[in-house]
Design a protein around this ligand. Sequence first.
Ligand code: ATP
Length: 305
Amino acid sequence: MADRIAVVGSNMVDLVTYVNRMPDRGETLEAPDFVLGFGGKGANQAVAAARLGAQVSMVTCVGDDIFGPRTRQNLSDHGIDVSHLRCVEGTPSGVAPIFVAPDGENAILIVKGANAHLSPADIDAAAATLKGCDAILLQLEVPLDTVYHAVAFGARHGVQTILNPAPADPELDLSRLDGLDWFCPNESELALLSGMPTDTDAAVLAAARSLIKRGIRNVIVTLGARGARLVTAEDAVQIAPVRVEAVDTTGAGDAFIGSFARFLSGGATPQQALERAARYAAHSITGRGTQSSYADTETFGVFCR
Ligand code: ATP
């Protein structure tokens, strides 16, 4: 049977407007193009894991607007179990209005909407599903109390937990992550959480080690085109970047984390899972878009040959 992963996290609808220039305050401008896309860190990571063959359940909230049913459909279309997707009455779905200028410059607004309502009670309601999973995958686009509750749930029931502390949140209390298995920040999240610089490889190592001293067990730092680094109390392993022609790096982090969860749950060693995740994320940046750039098992197999 396929490995089972639960994503306790966000979904967003990206409202991407292509503009000739950014509008000034009070100005109305005509824009040449618009694309609606599905995103949110939780949903992106769920889609990456599902495309690679994992059996994925999502514990998530949508609003009672036109985006709720579309989000549910998009997740179902990827074979993701949505029986723990909750519709919050009187609340909008999470949306991200994004403005993209011709030179690629962008301006992004995040409206958490229903994602801000995902609660510890949603985790308890999904307890039977979560207990049967190989891994629970978490990010920070939902309330911190929900994240802490999921980590404690995983520790109590022997389900490994993976936390991608993104977007960076200075309020994250590391002392409430007791039992967390994998902590996966990028460089800037690591800098914020450690209060240390991360501008060189030596600085990244020192900052990751400072988190280990504060009780975090395994730190995986993603370093963009420089690959990734796994730091534990005993060891530090560099994961080499996979060289590709970058077309669009949006969503590389989510491709990396979602695929890492899939490979690890599938029985790979941590180092193997990270090397494959680096490969999967590298493939994702060779195509446009976020979820649309995530390979399925077959395409990924061809890329790895
Ligand atoms: P985003 O927020 O854009 O999704 P992130 O900051 O969370 O990204 P990154 O560290 O930029 O995450 O990228 C995640 C992983 O993707 C990296 O660890 C690396 O393996 C791979 N990657 C990203 N950019 C490149 C690149 N230009 N070339 C090769 N691999 C890349």
